[in-house]
Design a protein around this ligand. Sequence first.
Ligand code: 13P
Ligand code: SF4
Length: 356
Amino acid sequence: MFDLKSLKDSISQKAIAAKISAPSPMDEHEEKLLINKIKRQLEENNAVLVSHYYVDEKLQYLAEETGGLVADSLEMANFGRRHQATTLVVCGVRFMGETAKILSPNKRILMPTLEAECSLDLACPAEIFQEFISQHPDRISVVYANTSAEVKGLADWTVTSSNAVPIIKHLHNQGEKILWAPDRHLGNWVQAMTGADMINWEGHCVVHDEFRTSALQELLEEHPDAVVIAHPESPEELLAKAKVIGSTKVLVNVINTMNANKFIVATDEGIFYKMQQMQPNKQFIVAPTGGKSATCTACGHCPWMALNSLKNLSSVLESGHSEIQLDNPMIEKARVSINRMMDFSAKQGLLVQGDA
Ligand code: 13P
Ligand code: SF4
């Protein structure tokens, strides 16, 4: 019998264990030498670096400096399949590496560490998800990209936070009823935006679920001129206070287009690197979580994204370990739901880099 409480407890324990094992900072000189070494290693391996907005700022810097990309999960997937390099190095969490492998099965996909999980992926074991599907044969299953390759192989559609609303709207307009997994806050937001008939799984992100609306209200009183922007994995009552809700890419873009100088940002604080780089004269404040260090699991920063470091990046380029391995039947199965998303996104003009 499936025990949701013990699954939630084990996810929190894994998140805390990841937080404790986060790599320690390096001195500036050592860091400089390592960055130069990684630049050489990338060339020697015919490799390109793709980093998510949440990883260490040096990994974001290196990706851009060496002709790679810093992006949200949809653009990371699209860039990887279009690039000529024979090796993609994905700095992010495991589902991002798996998606890259599914879309580019002939490329070698390396990650600085394969220990970088995601609480949403962990909250949705494939065998339980299969039962969920079997209980609702009249519904189309739609899963968030933050799931395993196995779960994507069971689903009809994969979506990211960049395209969840237009895809569910499209399915709803076709008269489909939806089975949604695993992020309940994102599911509830998409449901509210589209009016679709959805049954939602009970997963949550350990980072976004910790943002607290009452503390946000107090912060807003201190900063009445600040605009709240939020990722849709945040709790609904917090989203109600946000002027803009969207994927990491939407949040990064909106600080350029919005006529405001101060933003309270409800997402992982790794995104501040890109925001400050783009708008050095604007002020960014991290949205408050329920507590500080000992009393919060993530405290505004994904414990698994934090496992990516210059040291393990260099080491993986040296040894070739931490390669994503998926067997061909799994790749074929998972590609169906991902390709539906990629094709739909390309047709709707949702891909910055264009279609493959
Ligand atoms: P994006 O697709 O918006 O980059 O989000 C991925 C993620 O894991 C957010 O927590
Ligand atoms: Fe998963 Fe949350 Fe980390 Fe994103 S921030 S990778 S949803 S645990």
